[in-house]
Design a protein around this ligand. Sequence first.
Ligand code: PMP
Length: 424
Amino acid sequence: MTLSIEDPHMAHTPGRAELQTRFSAFKARGLAIDMTRGKPCAAQVALSDPMLDMPGVGGHTTAEGFDARNYYGSALGLLEARTLFATMLGAPPEQVAIANNSSLALMHDMVVYALLHGVLDGSQPWRAGPVKFLCPVPGYDRHFAICEAYGIEMVPVPMTGSGPDMAVVEALVRDPQVRGMWCVPMYSNPTGETYSPDVVERLARMKTGAPDFRLFWDNAYAVHHLTDTEHTLPNILERCSLAGHANRPLVFGSMSKITFAGGGLGLFASSPSNIRWYARHAGVRSIGPDKLNQLRHVRLLRDHAGLRAHMTKHRAIIAPKFALVEASLQRRIGGRGVATWSRPDGGYFVSLQVQDGCAARVVALARELGIALVPAGRTYPLGLDPRDSNLRLAPTFPELADIEAAMEGICLSILLASTEGRGA
Ligand code: PMP
């Protein structure tokens, strides 16, 4: 392990008394730093500021010649927006739907449509019996919250570093009550891992007990690279179609971490039949999505190359923050046996694995130091991490100086917690 001369305290393994002294000194700094949610920082959202003046007075006519100020006769969105995002979603424009500001809302609504009306290939609404979802863990807390809200039983599946453990998945999906599975296939939230081609192929081919089983393929970080090692993913729509399960994947995308968080677009791609299924239900819920916001996105990004160029600007802003987290963890706790962590090539999070039984304590100690971390367990269904060991760091929002301070406090908290005899 390399030790930096910037941090002379760490040149030896400090004892509990020394850690407590340093803890008190740190506390006296009275910091208030938020490392909880994966929010873009001000410089990131500013990249899309030109959209604030779009489409502009007189700019309301779409490429197809419609007036975007008025009702538009499709629940699926403007063709030019569907075309813009087709490459990112891996589907032809006809199989893409553009929704309003939240992909999570889109996923929520699909779950509700399935519960109330059922999906294609099924004979009954899901609510007719018990419903279970497979939940790769650690995972995205808001996926789990949807299941919790609607009484869907969550079955955790361990992640392996290249996606979920497929032997476990293949065994569990034989249960006909298992109707869905949450997947964040690229730069997964929070572990940063990308599903391997083998995992994707097995998900496409696997035999499910339920004929109407659905993969909720939340590809929220599809273009969010942090390094030159750009991960790629087999096309799930094509793989499933070739395996004879064309309706299995529901593919989602989000503009929240591309343009304006919570003010972007929710994106959906699926088989032609699933798109019709969606349009039928979405058309009951709303006359149609906000076309002006779609126009803004088209005019800012133009095409897939424009989208990629925009993401390069995001990378320039946030990659140094991830590098700082990595350097700080390495320098302060590397090689001490108190934690391991992810080194993501993309996405928004660093996943930190502390000693069993220590995660909640680390969060509590960090809170005393003025550092807000997401509550321990949040990355597990019902907030229950059976080992109490996973923590999620979100370094995009704070400034570099705050990240440096936060990492010092977090590492101090980890070291202190590990001296408390909580390790299992
Ligand atoms: N999916 C994942 C995996 C996320 O991390 C997030 C948070 N940005 C979302 C969905 C929510 O996106 P949206 O703002 O489009 O609802």
